[in-house]
Design a protein around this ligand. Sequence first.
Ligand code: ZN
Length: 217
Amino acid sequence: MFICLECIGDPMLKGFKSLPKSEVTCTACNSSTRRAVHPARIARFIRKHLPTHFSVDDGLYDGYEMSLAEVVSRAIRCNNSVVCEAIAQKMVSSRVREDDFYWQGQVYCVKRSPFDDEEHERWWIVGDWQDIAYELSHERRFFSDKARKFFESLLHEALSAERPCSPGTPAVIKTLLSGTKLYRARVAANPTEVQHFKSNPLAELGAPPLDRAKIIG
Ligand SMILES: [Zn+2]
C-alpha cells in the first residue's frame, strides 16, 4: 500500500525524499505517481511525535475519545480512513502495558495546549524569523540591527544549549576536529542525474542556485 504526498496535508511529510523508482498507485486517490510513501515510513516518522500532541484519554469526557487512526488522521492531515488505519496498525502493539501510548485498543484526546489554535502556535514559533526574513529581503539588507541581534541571540542559545539528560554535552553545536572532511550532498532523481553530477562536480555540487538560496520573506 502507498499513499501519495498530495493526499497528505502536513507540510513536513510532503517533503519526503528518496521515493519509489517507478510509479505506484495511491490508496487514497488512486492516482499513479512516484511521489508516494509506504504507511510504515509515515509511522516511523510520526511515532515519537504523537505523544507530544495527544495523550491517552482518561475517559473524563465520554464520546470525545479518538482511535489511533483518528489521531493519525489529524496529525498527517489526511481524511482517508483506510490509509490512516494502515499507519496506525504499524504503531500499535499488544505486548505493551495497558497504559502505554501504543497499546492496542488505546483511546486518545488532544493534549491541552497553551495556544489558542494551530495558527497561533505557528506564529509563536516562526513569527520572529519571518520578521527578520522580511527585513533582510525587502528592507535594510546589510545593516539590520534587528537581524544582527536576532542571529546573535540565536547563536548564543545554540552554543550554550546542553543535552538535558547529560549536562555539559552540547545539544546543538558539534565541534569538529580540524581537517575533518565535509561532504556536500545533493538528491538525484535518477542514475542519469547521478552521472551528470559526477561529470562536473564543481558546478553541480557548488553553492545552491540563487533562486533556491535566497531567503523567502
Ligand atoms: Zn493520493
